[in-house]
Ligand binder design. Sequence first.
Ligand SMILES: [Zn+2]
Length: 185
Amino acid sequence: MERGSLTIITGCMFSGKTTELLRLLIRHIIARQIIQLFKPNIDNRYDKDKVVSHNRTSLEAIVIPKDNPNMILELIGINTTIVGIDEIQFFTPEIVQVCETLLSKGVNVIAAGLKQDSDGRLFGSMDKLLIISNFITNLTAVCVICGEEATMTQWKLEGPLKTGQIVVGGSEDYDAVCHKHHKVI
Ligand SMILES: [Zn+2]
């Protein structure tokens, strides 16, 4: 069987990763491919949910515990040809082998994730996922301070104290900034 391909969409927060993920998945739906979309739940619940982009496009997603990415292999349908994964950086390291297994079955994987946390450190297994990927889309945002290309996520100085690497937040907690305006807090 021909190996599937892995596409990684990365970049800082507010760079449109989820919008791009949904755009690619919707193209495959139009092409009559069978897709399944997964996202991690950091509260370790299993549920159905939607992945919604800022432009309000949405697709139904299966929410699985971030500590058990092997559930993707258990939940995959026999006819599924495309697996989408949002926020892939939150999964534990087994996610790399899960992707390898999907690829070896001929399934194409399209995943979106942050490669750096707000301190500029590696997020999750993004290094290994980028290395085994066939295609990489690296998106940028706009620096809230100078308006140049933003590639970094900034924890807001005036926000509440950050308690660890995994803090799910939105525009109230984070900004996109350029390298010059990024501060490690
Ligand atoms: Zn800047």
